[in-house]
Design a protein around this ligand. Sequence first.
Ligand code: SF4
Length: 416
Amino acid sequence: MEGPEPRAQSPEPRACLSLPLKFPNIPTHCDFAPTLRYDRCSMTHPFQTDDARLPAIKDKVLVGERLNETDALTLYRTGDILAVGWLANYVRERLHGNKAYFNVNRHINPTNVCVAACRLCAFGRKKDAPGAYTMALEEAFETAASGYTEAVTEFHIVGGLHPDLPFQYFLDLCSGLKQRFPQVHLKAFTMVEVAYLAKRAKLSIRETLGQLKASGVDSLPGGGAEIFADRIRHIICDHKIDGDQWLETAKLAHQIGLKSNATMLYGHVENDEDRVDHLLKLRELQDETHGFQTFIPLAFHPDNTPLEHLPKTTGMLDIKQIAVSRLVLDNFPHIKAYWQMMTAKIAQIALRFGADDIDGTVIEEKIYHDAGATTPQGMRRKDLIRLITEAGREPIERDTLYRPVTRTETSVTVAV
Ligand code: SF4
């Protein structure tokens, strides 16, 4: 009697050591090119799978060949998470070796007042609703200065679409922060906020971005992308700009020299095709602008939203989302496992499934905690280091542009 089919095994588990630099989609003139270096790969165990569809994808991954839509769907649909993880880890180690990045940052949410009423959201409030707040500028500056004594290198600034706050408020917020904290990088305003500010100020998106940049904005976060497919957007965030407008705003930001991140909100009413469509649209724009630094898959938190009947994401989906992102987004330098969204424990494991970054100290996260996140609202630098170290990775403190940060007791130095 014949035994079961042997599991497919790769005879070249360390093939990455001799792999030619064959990532045709990463232009050498790209600003990110220095980040996309090919460090030694530490993987010593062979690739193996029971899924007959995966060896062909493995062959593509090993030679740096771009994955297509069918490949991406297969990665989502296979039950062999370990094989997908092997591939994602292979790419992750090829790009970043054993390094895992984190930063020391602070979130500032100037207002939760919002004209939109996205069903995905537990943060936004109407102006007169209980819990609605808007920080006076001085209050925002005090918030920036409060918290841990560790010197932050980044302010992450996002908020609601306030119907009355003038554009000048946001310009003054940024210039005031820059004046008080000149060494801190301002990563401020999602594409959705930028488009709304432009509309209110009656300016073009390009002009709006230009004025924000002149007032001190250094880069943009990746929020508000959600899922680009119209069918899904109508359900979860039909008051927001559509997917094409999000991509166009990102493109304009990149064109004037502002880097940005990109996100995808998963685990609600989207399907595998919607996720793949989202990833491929981001990859296409990145081919054109090379302005995205990091992709951050965001797990949907349904509590206190109109979609709270939906179940929360599972660990399996969270991990798979990281791995598939790493494999499909071959032109994105970094994949972040945002610990606030997927818990520190899952984020730690994700460092072995394609992620090379776990975000930062955060200090006072509001948006996902309004939606029921049970993670702490901030984490100390030493705890992030411990998480990374216990995952067997080398912790690298970075600034927003992924330059290494060196600290002494009295100074913080960014390598430029
Ligand atoms: S997701 Fe953003 S735009 Fe939508 S309601 Fe919430 S704060 Fe407003």
